[in-house]
Write a protein that binds this ligand. Structure first.
Ligand SMILES: Nc1ncnc2c1ncn2[C@@H]1O[C@H](COP(=O)(O)OP(=O)(O)OP(=O)(O)O)[C@@H](O)[C@H]1O
Length: 237
């Protein structure tokens, strides 16, 4: 198996404060991985460094065999690496349809816009129902669906999802989980940050515990740990 993305020894942070202390993780072709761990230990920071939103101070990030650390976010998107940040910002006055059309940013994805749109609406039937509705009137779950739908308009080669189900009620969370499974079944590889370890175990082949800016432990989803072990990893002894 070849690696789709190899992240090696990444250090970065904000101002003089270092958040990632040489973090390494890789994703093999045809797999999904999950990142979890205590709040504020660098998961979001890692996704921002990978998508070019934050400068890497050192280390390397190879995507499809090419070094992408410190390339511009635009170039990284062009390569098909698409990041859906936590609580993505959308334009409140635009309709669902207008917002999805805006999502198609990659040159390669533009000629396929109609096909990609049909795929997005098959994954998120709710977006079809809300087609002419303004973003400002959508629920939190519907906005999250729209954010992921926008990313899918780019026909991603790798999708980064930062806490996609954060703050959602159980029913809508379940709906979103089904949609994310469908995206994976369509062959889109995923790196997912989530606090819900059960959700990650179900979706991904390997989980990584991010703690103090490094990967402290990795877990094979086929041999998951018990609840007690997971609690211990989060909170220590
Ligand atoms: N824009 C910023 N400026 C300064 N410090 C920041 C900024 N964004 C994050 N940090 C700090 O970087 C550290 C890591 O934050 P990060 O958001 O990566 O954590 P996380 O593991 O994703 O946690 P969470 O699950 O709460 O999102 C925290 O101490 C946070 O306060």
């Amino acid at each position: 198996m070849t690696a789709l993305i190899e992240i090696e020894g990444v250090e970065t942070g904000y101002g003089r404060v270092k958040v990632l202390h040489g973090l390494s993780v890789e994703l093999q072709e045809g797999a999904n991985i999950g990142l979890f761990g205590p709040n504020g230990h660098g998961k979001t920071t890692l996704l921002r460094a990978v998508s070019g939103l934050l400068r890497c101070w050192s280390g390397s990030i190879r995507f499809l065999g090419q070094e992408i650390a410190n390339l511009s976010p635009r170039r990284i998107v062009e390569m098909g690496l698409i990041h859906v940040p936590q609580g993505s910002r959308l334009f409140p006055e635009l309709t669902v349809g207008e917002t999805l059309a805006l999502g198609a940013q990659r040159k390669e994805a533009r000629p396929e816009q109609a096909k990609n749109q049909e795929q997005v609406l098959a994954i998120f039937p709710k977006l079809r129902e809300r087609w002419r509705q303004r973003v400002s009137t959508l629920s939190g779950g519907e906005r999250q669906m729209l954010s992921i739908g926008m990313a899918m308009m780019n026909h991603p080669r790798l999708l980064l999802l930062d806490e996609p189900t954060l703050g959602l009620a159980p029913k809508i969370k379940e709906e979103l989980a089904v949609a994310i499974h469908k995206i994976s079944a369509e062959g889109v590889p995923l790196i997912v940050v989530e606090q819900d370890v059960e959700f990650l175990l179900d979706l991904t082949s390997r989980l990584f515990l991010v703690s103090h800016g490094v990967v402290e432990r990795s877990i094979d989803s086929e041999h998951p740990l018990g609840h007690e072990d997971i609690m211990q990893m989060y909170f220590g002894h």
